[in-house]
Design a protein around this ligand. Structure first.
Ligand code: CP
Ligand code: NVA
Length: 318
């Protein structure tokens, strides 16, 4: 088997990664989870530092980066845009060049995908997308890890997402599903369908893996889903369209009747969190035995650690 090295790579979206590279990270994350549960950690990030830029709020992503880097001897530095010059006096290009000279890697959670791309271009260090308006790739790796743990495979699974069909979470899920052979259905109001170009891209990638891709407004298409996934109806930065969103997305809520209409008692419920219970999902489904949201949240940490170990080239160090 070809040896995989991801040293020096950034994670902007999963578009730049092959199936083999994604599965390599998935397997590494599974190993890291087992180690962590046995209280085995090393010093693999010793002598390394990580800049963590946050323009938007975060619980899971911040804690995953910060704790996994720190517990392996690395030095993570949290930089909120309330504190640093970025966005005020200093351009993203200049900030990137400074951080590139002081840190070994950079995490960015913010609004614009172009800012993330500028960090990649000007810092010369691995840069990780911790969520932008466009994509949330680290989330998607944790999501397929949760599916893999549940079903023991990815290829041929039926994943169905209901809700806002063009946000950062669903778009990252669409790419990673296409690359790993998961059949994906996105159920959304037409106004919130992803762009034609993006759909074309996912369909083409999916064809290589023999998986299907459906986009529809028909909630009846949850039939046969192995997992139902949803995300908030109003993403960070979109608060001004709240009223409109709530009204158009109401029919796309995941509730017990929707879970039942999959026709599969084994169907699980997934959510990237944080959740607004009573909107995209009912409390009943969220708290039901079918819910895997805490596994998903925990897997954020192991997958993020895997991404950093591999891109810093220290996954085999002790
Ligand atoms: N799912 C997720 O990204 O959570 P946070 O916003 O808490 O980081
Ligand atoms: N789509 C959500 C995801 C939060 C993790 C948002 O961008 O707010």
């Amino acid at each position: 088997m070809k040896k995989i090295s991801l040293e020096g790579r950034s994670l902007v979206t999963w578009k730049d990664y092959t199936k083999e590279e994604i599965l390599y990270l998935l397997n590494l994350a599974i190993k890291l989870k087992q180690e962590k549960h046995k209280k085995i950690t090393g010093q693999r990030f010793r002598g390394l530092s990580l800049a963590m830029i946050f323009e938007k709020r975060s619980t899971r992503t911040r804690c995953s980066f910060e704790t996994s880097f720190g517990e392996e001897g690395g030095h993570p530095v949290f930089l909120s845009t309330q504190d640093i010059q970025l966005g005020g006096k200093e351009s993203i290009q200049d900030t990137a060049r400074v951080l590139g000279r002081m840190f070994d890697a950079i995490e960015f959670r913010g609004f614009k995908q172009e800012h993330l791309e500028a960090l990649v271009k000007y810092s010369g260090k691995p840069v990780y997308n911790g969520l932008t308006d466009e994509f949330h790739p680290t989330q998607a790796l944790a999501d397929i890890m949760t599916l893999y743990e549940e079903f023991g495979r990815l290829k041929g699974l039926n994943l169905c997402y209901c809700g806002d069909g063009r946000n950062n979470v669903v778009k990252s899920l669409m790419i990673i599903s296409a690359k790993t052979g998961i059949n994906m259905t996105v159920i959304s109001p037409e106004q919130l369908f992803p762009s034609e170009d993006f759909l074309e891209y996912c369909k083409k990638e999916g064809e290589k893996e023999g998986c299907s891709f459906t986009i529809t407004s028909d909630m009846g298409k949850v039939k046969d889903a192995d997992a139902l996934y949803t995300d908030v109806w109003v993403s960070m930065g979109e608060e001004n369209v709240k009223e409109e969103r709530l009204s158009i997305l109401k029919p796309f809520q995941i509730n017990s009747a929707v879970m039942e209409s999959t026709g599969k008692t084994s169907c699980i419920f997934l959510h990237c969190l944080p959740a607004v219970k009573g909107e995209e999902v009912t409390e009943e489904v969220f708290e039901s035995p079918a819910s895997r949201v805490w596994e998903q949240a925990e897997n954020r940490k192991h997958t993020i650690k895997a991404i950093m170990l591999a891109t810093l080239g220290v996954e085999n160090k002790r």
